[in-house]
Design a protein around this ligand. Structure first.
Ligand SMILES: Cc1cc2nc3c(=O)[nH]c(=O)nc-3n(C[C@H](O)[C@H](O)[C@H](O)COP(=O)(O)O)c2cc1C
Length: 321
């Protein structure tokens, strides 16, 4: 049975990737699970310099979800490349860096450093973090800025460029197309949904930053819808993210047209989630007589709508794999 997929020219042994910010820099999990089980790992968001992040509390549980405002705390790209990457590359899994910036130039500079660092398979460009005052969602919430950041990163590196889109927009297709036009090789959909939790006793926000980003099963139907809309809007592959906690959840994204998926919040509940989802994927493929996971991609039968992988010109099926 084949579980391997290729996204943006990156070969993944299976379609499961650890989502940025929910898996540290990867090495923190070395004693917890075999990292080579994973198709890939996306690092916590990295700027040029180290950052302290947002004031505490940074995480609040909500029904079927998690509201966070970490504020992109991190060691900075140089420390990652020097101290973490040499350890991470010992594992047989694709390493992606989540690239952040306060300015367009900073995104490009982080990308340049990654380009010169062997072992990095690709760049996920974080233009969608809701928990920072500059950059983040400010870039991902404006299609012209999305284009500008992606084009700058594209110009700074030969590595695959994968912008991570925000769900906090009206029409994600507009942003997907802007990123594709700017030279993106794939898209990650989606980051967290902007939320607010209030402590009714103190009448203050429950997070130190104020608002936060909602993740977990609560956002899955929104995420599947947005990943599906993005996949229909572009020719480049889409990586689906949002609330995946089972093989069935992952399959929803694949059927919607995603070539791979990321798992975030569910990893906090059970770091064994990857093996559990992989076993479930295998069982599903076996049950459906499908020896290749790629045959599931984009097979959504949506009334009156062409399948995401159908040729937009002719409407003929196929093309995803
Ligand atoms: C605690 C936490 C930290 C996160 N940090 C980042 C980050 O640094 N960069 C980023 O692009 N996304 C970050 N995210 C968003 C996740 O990568 C993912 O897009 C989102 O949580 C939805 O997936 P999930 O429902 O499986 O968690 C973070 C999410 C959480 C919960």
């Amino acid at each position: 049975m084949n579980l391997a997929v290729e996204v943006a020219g990156i070969r993944l042994k299976n379609p499961l990737i650890a989502a940025s910010g929910t898996f540290g820099y990867g090495v923190e999990y070395e004693g917890v699970l075999d990292l080579s089980v994973l198709g890939g790992i996306v690092s916590k968001g990295l700027y040029l310099e180290p950052r302290d992040g947002a004031p505490t509390p940074r995480i609040v549980e909500t029904p079927s979800g998690l509201l966070n405002a970490i504020g992109l705390q991190g060691v900075g790209i140089s420390a990652f490349v020097r101290d973490v990457l040499p350890r991470l590359v010992r594992h047989d899994t694709a390493i992606l860096v989540n690239v952040c910036g306060d300015t367009v130039e900073e995104y490009a500079e982080v990308a340049r450093i990654c380009d010169a660092s062997p072992g990095i398979a690709g760049l996920e460009v974080n233009i969608s973090c809701p928990n920072v005052k500059k950059g983040g969602m400010a870039f991902g919430g404006d299609p012209r800025m999305t284009h500008e950041v992606v084009a700058a990163v594209r110009g700074a590196t030969g590595l695959p460029v994968i912008p991570k889109l925000s769900p906090n927009v009206g029409d994600i297709a507009v942003f997907a197309r802007a990123a594709e036009e700017a030279g993106a090789d794939a898209l990650s959909c989606i980051n967290t949904l902007l939320g607010l939790a209030i402590d009714v006793e103190t009448r203050r926000p429950r997070l130190g930053f104020g608002t936060g980003g909602l993740s977990g099963p609560a956002i899955r139907p929104v995420a599947v819808r947005m990943a599906w809309q993005a996949a229909r809007a572009v020719r480049i592959p889409v990586i689906g993210i949002g609330g995946i906690a089972s093989a069935e959840d992952a399959l929803e994204f694949l059927i919607a047209g995603c070539h791979a998926v990321q798992i975030g919040t569910a990893n906090f509940v059970d770091p064994g989630i990857y093996e559990r989802v992989l076993a479930g994927l295998r069982a599903y493929l076996e049950r459906h007589g499908a020896p290749d996971v790629r045959s599931v991609v984009g097979t959504l039968e949506y009334p009156g709508v062409a399948r995401p992988c159908d040729d937009p010109g002719t409407g003929k099926p196929g093309g995803c794999a």
